[in-house]
Design a protein around this ligand. Structure first.
Ligand code: PLP
Length: 425
């Protein structure tokens, strides 16, 4: 039976049968027992399927991955130990030393570093583009060794909206997949595969969990990208893998090729699986994701409208506001609401932003975002501290930017806390 997103949030991935636990059980076991040596050998020869070691597969992790795949409308998903690991795996699964990819520069600071510094050390180069450039200018950045295009549906912390359909068209014109980090939007507000994206990533640490209980990530595959049509570009998937029985992922696994390679090659060699206990917590968060997203968006809209009218506020970026440069994109891709995150700047110096934050009462200063509790951060002093002024500008972050993550408390209380903090400035 086809189910709506709210129902998948509750029932996706795990269905108890007679006498089984109603709640997804935590299979907190590194390994799984077999009765004969031959049974185990068949697993290694890929003649049978079954769990054998949690680094490769675990029933709790798999159930939650299935739920997220269903929410995004993908054919498969892999949970990772963090959002950073998810973005690393999404790229590294199809890029190796000597390869190149293109990314929007409106991305999370950690991803910016991963792409610009760490992947570079592995011999993978990336070009940061401005998503406001015209098609011609972006297309000029593609090279014969370009392997993918990356962007965030709603960027952290700038809150810009990624024109998924446009960038999917450009990526596909050049024979590469579009990878979209859908962390802030969540599949409740936007399903990037419906607009042509091929791979979706998540930091499940954020709205999916929603209660600041676990750090996690996820890579979801639409199953739509035709790797064989680009055989020579993606030999990592279309030619035999010596380290995996000489199997060719595309011929052996069809539209599950990309997902299978992450599990059997990257997880095998690099690890980064979540603890089953964490997946259990994530699953509880997912059960209320649809409800919470509606409340986050309703609250953030009211807070954004209040901030926009406030004389101490110099500028605001929230695509739910009609005055926002990305409002039309938000109406197209996120008609039910964007998310709870608002970027704004206070008039005055960078120090004003810090003073305002120190005056807050229940709104907390945390290195976290997209949580049930309203929280606040000054990226230039915190998450993006390692970036130079020039890199900050490139990433669309002004030194006065305050990232406010509107929670699901009573919105009048949130506004009252903001008001009293501004009154004291
Ligand atoms: N992607 C986005 C959009 C994020 O906001 C973050 C973290 O804030 C990450 C990826 C990294 O996720 P994690 O902190 O779970 O490693």
């Amino acid at each position: 039976m086809k189910k709506n997103l709210e129902t998948i949030c509750i029932h996706g991935g795990w269905k108890a049968t007679k006498g089984e636990p109603q709640q997804l059980p935590i299979y907190q076991s590194t390994t799984f027992r077999y009765e004969t040596s031959d049974q185990m050998a068949k697993l290694f020869d890929l003649e049978d399927t079954g769990y054998f070691y949690t680094r490769l597969a675990n029933p709790t992790n798999d159930a939650v991955a299935k739920k997220i795949a269903a929410l995004e409308g993908g054919v498969g998903a892999v949970l990772t130990s963090s959002g950073q690991a998810a973005n690393f795996y999404a790229i590294f699964n199809i890029c190796q030393a000597g390869d190149h990819f293109i990314t929007s520069n409106n991305i999370y600071g950690g991803t910016f570093n991963l792409f610009g510094v760490t992947l570079k050390k592995l011999g993978i180069e990336c070009t940061f583009i401005d998503q406001d450039w015209d098609d011609e200018r972006i297309e000029a950045e593609f090279r014969p060794n370009t392997k993918c295009f990356f962007g965030e549906t709603i960027s952290n912390p700038g809150c810009r909206i990624f024109d998924i359909e446009r960038f999917a068209r450009i990526a596909h014109k050049h024979g590469v997949p579009l990878i979209v980090d859908n962390t802030f939007a969540t599949p409740i507000n936007c399903r990037p595969f419906e607009w042509g994206a091929d791979i979706v990533t998540h930091s499940t640490t954020k709205y999916m969990d929603g209660h600041a209980t676990q750090v996690g990530g996820c890579v979801v595959d639409s199953g739509n990208f035709d790797w064989e049509a680009q055989h020579d570009k993606f030999t990592c998937l279309t030619e035999p893998d010596e380290s995996y029985h000489g199997l060719t992922y595309t011929t052996a696994f069809g539209n599950m090729a990309y997902t299978t390679k992450i599990v059997v090659q990257l997880m095998r060699d690099l690890g980064s699986i979540p603890a089953p206990q964490n997946s259990f917590l994530l699953n509880i968060g997912l059960e209320t994701l649809a409800l919470r997203m509606r409340q986050h968006c309703a609250n953030a809209q009211k807070v954004a409208e209040w901030l926009e009218k406030n004389e101490k506020v110099g500028w605001i970026s929230y695509a739910g506001l009609p005055s926002n440069q990305d409002h039309a994109l938000a109406q197209k891709y996120l008609p039910g609401g964007t998310c709870g995150v608002i970027a704004f700047g206070l008039k005055g110096s960078r120090e004003e932003a810090i003073r305002f934050m120190d005056n807050l009462d229940f709104i907390s200063i945390v290195t976290h975002v997209a949580d049930a509790r309203t929280c606040v951060l000054h990226p230039a002093s915190h998450t993006h501290r390692q970036l130079s002024e020039e890199q900050l500008r490139e990433a669309g972050i002004s030194p006065d930017l305050v990232r406010l993550s509107v929670g699901i408390e009573n919105v009048d209380d949130i506004i009252a806390d903001l008001q009293q903090a501004m009154d004291k400035m």
